[in-house]
Write a protein that binds this ligand. Structure first.
Ligand code: SF4
Ligand code: ZN
Length: 910
């Protein structure tokens, strides 16, 4: 007979289960949250007590629900955690057995294989499997017999977070322990994982392999090839682990194959060398491909030295394989410092250990070089040619020298210089070391671009215009317009421009005035002027033929810099070159975690190197536009849309943010200690503080991926005040005419027309300002005016990108005097309609607007409603009073633009 308490408790459980059975997914998620809060960490006995000895009923419901819903990810994280409460309940394995019987392990393994499963859920599933595996041999066997090793290995190879990788690694490690029946299966699974692309996964695999290897006692010969390949990893951690495993394996039957493989790596196969010479891709791609061969060469030399130092027996085996000849060959590779250093250290070991080798090498090097070599083997041979070749974009070649004259001795100063620069050379973390990654990135980006690119008129021209000259011209015009101006603004200007001047010849025949007029409103007027100059140059000096290469675009066209030449060259001419603009800088800095000042020479070089490396050789123009479009639409300066990013899997900053979030949440949940923490963080640059590409500032969690790129602090805009005067006279046809003067041909608004102006220095009284303007206008017109004629109108603010300009506006109305007929080359009188049509800067238009607004106010407020214009008509009011009066009048008026609202409409000219 059960007690009253027991009955109550059974009732409670039954109603809980009933609620579960009838609840929808939201209700169930709430129940799971409550369950986790109340039961996490409980033992078997405690759980049984809580659930009236029938807790299994709930576990089996949970297992079933997971099996039915894991593919949709419905609260999968919560379900896994709740199951974890049961599986980790210590002191009894009843729940484990029941979970296995209900097919729970198979479901967990399926969860690992689902591409849509979130990384954190995979990690949770792996932790549950680890709990099961740690429960004993029979559980390990069950997992292995359910094809678990393959599922876990695949998960390790494809996962992108350290948390998942470490969880998978811990599980494989557990499965290999105390599981003799399946040790070989785990061992082979690990070998199959060796070629995976994630460096972290490779490092974990190698660590586990070393451990498992010591247990399985025999070596599978298929391990040799991937192991030697791993020496080409640009990650030192991976290389070191690979070398350690090689050292271990010399105890086994694969030793001869391994040793001869290592020696062969010192001398890359002819086809490999030729292949690198023949590549027509940009230099950076070639160098990176070669780099892996060189890195492998260096690591092989290092492994050989370590082996030779281990035992005389190994040394002699290596000698019998011709290692000296091969080391001398590596020593001749002046394109990779590390290969030279490692070969030189290995050679030194043999020279010091064997007198006949000493004699042989002495003879091969000659006395002077040999003496230098023996006194400082690692520094005499260090060279930074590879890096300088990369910086200069020069084609690197292997330049393998004859063994009799492998190296030349260099001056101490040179050695010192190279040593210093070597320490500051950028880490491979900031580039792509696996060509397969580059290929993948290209296809991901181009797929995304093809699906959703914006249709823009210049893109259509680049695709459809068969005439190369017109195509290049069209792209050139678009690129110049797009410098500093948004796409949306440019479209209209571009269409009008191409309609008016469809060829470079048409543009060359236009006047600068017409060009300026067309450009009005786009800002940065010198761009239009340079386009015009360029067109005239093409017609007069290049026989009307647009340049055909990036170099000649750069050299021949004014206003075309490195980026514009790259963009025109790739888009219009199909040249295989990168194009680094602001958008591309941002994307590349984020993708490769480049956080140093993005305007520094080191970063600029690195970004161009990267852009040249990743550009798709088949579709360079589309690729560059895709990068720019990604920067403009997805990888935006603020609020980047990483979840929609097609190249997210290559993005170091994204991974960094993700990894940090993971770590923080682990810390919060107190799980950080569950997994070994001795592993180095391979998501960081290995050069640390000395890296010229890493940020100086510490990582800011709040910024996330926006930690990259970093810009130097922007200088505040220069504040200027300029006196300007509307000089008005009555024209011949009765209307007013306005005096304009031309600005100098260089500098701000070069060659543009404006109202006569004077830069204001210091604060002046109104009288002084009038005096200065009077003198200036008198000079321009060649007449002597009276300063009392000048009247204060108001102020206009106009913001250029680097100047905060305030125009202090005066006006003067002149009598219809013959004296004002004077007209010089740099002055002109324009009627109101001509002025409205003229190509004048936006600032002038704003001044005109202000003038009209004030004029109109005066008309409105004048008593008789009429305004008679006489010589020196305007009252000489104090500026402040007059301004206030005008302002208040303007505010009361209905039709006129008030000064305050006018100032509000002043927008930055970009
Ligand atoms: Fe930019 Fe985010 Fe894509 Fe990285 S993942 S490239 S930060 S949008
Ligand atoms: Zn770095």
């Amino acid at each position: 007979m059960s007690t009253h308490g027991e009955q109550a408790s059974i009732g409670k459980v039954l109603s809980f289960l009933q609620e579960w059975d009838h609840g929808n997914k939201t209700a169930r998620s709430r129940m799971l949250e409550a369950f986790l809060t109340q039961n996490s960490g409980k033992t078997f006995v405690e759980l049984e007590r809580e659930f009236a000895q029938v807790a299994s009923l709930f576990l089996s419901r949970l297992t079933t629900w997971m099996r039915l819903t894991y593919m949709f990810g419905t609260y999968l994280g919560l379900q896994l955690k709740a199951i974890g409460v049961f599986l980790s309940a210590s002191s009894h394995d009843q729940y484990l057995r029941e979970f296995l019987e209900d097919g729970g392990v198979l479901t967990l393994l399926d969860v690992l294989g689902q591409t849509q499963t979130q990384e954190e859920d995979k990690a949770e599933a792996l932790r549950l499997l680890l709990t099961i595996s740690n429960a004993g041999r029979k559980y390990k066997e069950f997992i292995c017999e359910s094809y678990g090793v393959r599922a876990i290995a695949e998960c390790l190879a494809t996962s992108i977070t350290e948390e998942t990788q470490e969880a998978a690694w811990a599980l494989l490690e557990s499965l290999s322990r105390g599981n003799p029946k399946h040790q070989h299966q785990v061992y082979k699974g690990l070998i199959a994982l060796m070629p995976c692309t994630s460096a972290k996964a490779q490092q974990l695999v190698l660590q586990t392999l070393r451990m498992v290897q010591s247990k399985v006692k025999t070596v599978h010969p298929s391990i040799v090839e991937p192991l030697l390949n791993m020496l080409g990893s640009l990650r030192l951690e991976v290389q070191d682990e690979a070398i350690n495993l090689i050292l271990d394996l010399t105890e086994y039957e694969v030793r001869p194959v391994l040793l001869s493989g290592l020696v062969a790596l010192l001398k890359p196969a002819k086809e490999e060398v030729q292949q690198h010479h023949m590549l027509e891709e940009p230099e950076m791609t070639e160098i990176t491909l070669s780099l892996s061969v060189f890195v492998q060469q260096a690591a092989a030399a290092k492994a050989i030295r370590l082996l030779a130092e281990t035992s005389q027996e190994l040394s002699e085996e290596l000698l019998s394989l011709g290692v000296i000849h091969h080391l001398l060959y590596t020593l001749g590779n002046r394109d990779h410092t590390e290969a030279q250093v490692q070969a030189s250290l290995a050679l030194e070991h043999f020279v010091r250990s064997y007198p006949d080798i000493e004699e042989h090498v002495h003879r091969a090097m000659g006395s002077t070089l040999f003496a230098a070599f023996m006194s400082a083997a690692c520094s005499v041979f260090t060279m930074s040619r590879l890096r300088s070749a990369m910086q200069k974009g020069k084609r690197a070649s292997l330049e393998l020298t004859e063994t009799t004259k492998p190296v030349r001795k260099r001056s101490k100063a040179a050695v010192k210089e190279e040593e210093t620069t070597t320490t500051a050379s950028p880490s491979t973390y900031h580039t792509f070391h696996d060509p397969a990654d580059v290929v993948l990135l290209r296809s991901q980006l181009l797929n995304w671009y093809d699906k959703g690119k914006r249709e823009l008129p210049w893109r259509t021209a680049a695709m459809t215009e068969p005439d190369l000259n017109i195509r290049t011209y069209a792209v050139w015009v678009s690129e110049i317009m797009l410098q500093q101006t948004q796409v949306a603004t440019v479209i209209d200007y571009y269409n009008k421009w191409m309609k008016r001047w469809p060829t470079v010849q048409d543009l060359a025949a236009a006047t600068l005035e017409e060009v300026n007029q067309m450009w009005a409103g786009l800002g940065y007027y010198s761009r239009g002027k340079r386009l015009h100059e360029g067109a005239q140059k093409v017609v007069s000096e290049l026989k009307g033929q647009m340049p055909r290469t990036v170099e000649s675009l750069l050299k021949q066209l004014p206003g075309v810099g490195r980026y514009t030449a790259g963009a025109i060259g790739s888009i219009a001419l199909g040249q295989v070159t990168g194009a680094v603009d602001g958008n591309v800088i941002r994307v590349l800095c984020r993708v490769r975690a480049i956080g140093a000042d993005s305007t520094s020479p080191a970063v600029t070089d690195a970004l161009w190197g990267l852009a040249n490396m990743v550009v798709d050789p088949e579709r360079p123009g589309d690729f560059n536009q895709a990068m720019m479009e990604l920067g403009a639409r997805v990888c935006t300066p603020k609020g980047p849309l990483c979840s929609q990013c097609p190249i997210q899997s290559h993005c170091h900053s994204y991974r960094k943010v993700y990894a940090k979030q993971e770590k923080n949440s682990k810390r919060l949940l107190g799980k950080l200690d569950r997994l070994p923490s001795t592993l180095p963080d391979i998501e960081d640059c290995m050069n640390g503080g000395s890296c010229p590409l890493c940020p100086m500032e510490p990582w800011d969690d709040e910024l996330g991926v926006q930690n990259f790129p970093r810009k130097p602090v922007k200088k505040p805009p220069r504040v200027e005040r300029t006196l300007t005067c509307m000089v008005v006279r009555s024209g011949e046809e009765g209307g007013d005419e306005y005096l304009l003067t031309q600005r100098p041909n260089k500098g701000l608004l070069a060659g543009m027309w404006e109202f006569p102006s004077l830069l204001l220095e210091g604060e002046n009284s109104e009288m002084k300002q009038k005096g200065a303007l009077c003198a200036e206008i008198s000079r321009v017109l060649g007449v002597q005016l009276n300063k009392s004629l000048f009247q204060y109108v108001g102020e206009v603010v106009h913001i250029f990108s680097h100047i905060h300009q305030t125009y202090v506006v005066y006006s003067v109305c002149l009598k219809d005097s013959e004296e004002t007929q004077t007209q010089t080359e740099n002055t002109q009188w324009l009627t109101r309609s001509a002025l409205q049509e003229a190509a004048v800067p936006t600032g002038v238009k704003k001044i005109l607007k202000l003038y009209d607004s004030v004029e109109s106010q005066e008309e409105q407020t004048s008593k008789d409603g009429k305004r008679k214009k006489t010589a020196g008509v305007k009252n000489d009011k104090k500026p402040q009073t007059s301004k206030k009066a005008k302002l208040s009048a303007a505010n009361n008026g209905t039709r006129q633009l008030s000064l305050s609202s006018f100032f509000k409409t002043v927008k930055e000219e970009s």
